[in-house]
Design a protein around this ligand. Structure first.
Ligand SMILES: Cc1cc2nc3c(=O)[nH]c(=O)nc-3n(C[C@H](O)[C@H](O)[C@H](O)COP(=O)(O)OP(=O)(O)OC[C@H]3O[C@@H](n4cnc5c(N)ncnc54)[C@H](O)[C@@H]3O)c2cc1C
Length: 385
């Protein structure tokens, strides 16, 4: 191969490019990203960046000089708008095209939006550094935040806003926060955690409208309740950034559909939040929106593009920090799994939970018990590794 192109310059894209170099690929390597910042880490955005504990320089993934040394042709502020897999070219938003022999797709996800309300000042989403900086600036002069969506992002933002002293309401149509990530039982504990920290947790009710003329003034819920708000964060999940792949021949379902080796088409691989692949250990197709997976899968995709041809079957890892509570988990925390507390006590705020399906251990979760999680991971590896 003479030229490899990576589209999406973030955790997965950068790792893919660096892995190609480490594995000896010394020909033309181009990393294209539509943001204007050098690659940075997203997890601190809703935590240390939002609370102002860290300045934004701290989240850069590499120092600037590293890029000069790596011989990676980095093109920031450039969006891929189309792909012709027959001619092996990517179309770019400046009207130019770039040819490739190998392509790695790492375009991640974009925030899901509500049908209306996003044009009002004070209504935010949070995916990028610019999003986090804009939200932080508004929180500094606001008293009341309504967070729409109690997934991990909404919950983390609610916790950060409480730390800043705002009145926070967390709204979600599902019965508990983080139910999609952790299921009902752990979701109930997350609800208790936020309630005990002073968040008004309103679950089982949806949003009918965001209110305001040019600036947001509140949110009307489906049960008629009207909430006043100076700022609203819409955190209702994300959709894979695959619009540019329309009509390319790359199969799109819940993300870029790949085989067990992360290959979408011959010479085309995907990794990170955008990639849906067949996980041989779990025996099912998965797409993982977690930071560690972005790194591990990008390494696997890069090696496989160079010929390793090895199935990617990691034990997915995920963490979230809310207030002083640290939750971390390995595996699949399927909402339909049976959840049992195996060590510690939920009531004491320290425990290990096992997720099983048809008697098979598929996930382990640690609530303020990081050391014990490592042992639990061993058990999980025997079950699905
Ligand atoms: C606020 C926040 C907090 C998080 N906290 C945690 C956490 O606590 N724990 C955890 O495990 N995970 C967390 N995550 C998830 C984690 O950050 C992601 O899993 C990770 O960033 C995925 O990396 P990626 O490279 O696959 O995708 P992304 O980081 O989304 O990067 C994709 C890049 O591609 C660019 N792009 C998209 N389309 C195009 C195009 N057509 N042309 C060019 N460029 C394009 C995007 O702008 C972006 O820069 C968090 C995410 C967010 C947003």
């Amino acid at each position: 191969m003479d030229r490899i192109v990576v589209i999406g310059a973030s955790a997965a894209g950068l790792t893919a490019a660096e892995t190609l170099r480490k594995e000896g690929f010394d020909r033309q390597l181009t990393l294209i990203g539509d943001e204007l910042h050098l690659p940075y880490d997203r997890p601190p955005l809703s935590k240390q960046v939002l609370t102002g504990m860290w300045d934004t320089g701290k989240i850069a993934l590499r120092k600037e000089e590293v890029y000069e040394q790596s011989g990676i042709d980095m093109r920031l502020g450039t969006r891929a708008t189309g792909l012709d897999t027959g001619a092996r070219v990517v179309r770019l938003d400046d009207g130019s095209e770039i040819g490739y022999d190998g392509l790695i797709i790492t375009t991640g996800v974009r925030p899901r939006l509500l049908p209306s309300g996003h044009d009002l000042t004070g209504v935010h989403v949070m995916r990028t550094l610019d999003d986090a900086v804009a939200l932080r600036a508004e929180l500094a002069t606001s008293a009341r935040l309504v967070v729409i969506g109690a997934g991990f992002l909404g919950c983390e933002a609610a916790a950060s806003a409480r730390k800043l002293g705002l009145d926070v309401t967390l709204v979600d149509p599902l019965p508990q926060p983080m139910v999609r990530q952790f299921g009902d039982r752990i979701g109930g504990l997350i609800a208790q955690l936020h309630t005990s920290e002073g968040v008004d947790v309103m679950t089982g009710v949806g949003v009918q409208a965001i209110l305001g003329d040019s600036r947001v003034t509140g949110v009307r819920l489906t049960d008629g309740t009207q909430l006043d708000a100076d700022v609203v964060l819409v955190a209702i999940g994300a959709v894979p950034a695959t619009d540019w792949l329309a009509d390319s021949g790359v199969l799109i379902g819940d993300g870029v559909l790949c085989d067990a080796t992360c290959q979408a088409l011959p010479g085309v691989y995907a990794a990170g939040d955008v990639a849906s692949w067949h996980h041989e250990g779990l025996g099912e197709r998965v797409r993982v929106e977690h930071r560690m997976n972005a790194t591990e899968q990008a390494m696997a995709a890069a090696r496989n593009l160079l010929g390793a041809n090895t199935p990617f079957k990691p034990i997915p890892y995920f963490w979230t920090d809310q207030y002083d509570t640290k939750i971390a988990a390995f595996g699949l925390l399927a909402p339909d799994a049976d959840v049992t507390v195996e060590q510690g006590e939920a009531a004491e705020g320290k425990f290990i939970a096992h997720y099983t399906r048809a008697g098979k251990l598929i996930g382990v979760l640690a609530w303020n018990m990081p050391r014990e999680l490592r042992k639990a991971r061993g058990l999980l590896a025997e079950s699905i590794g």
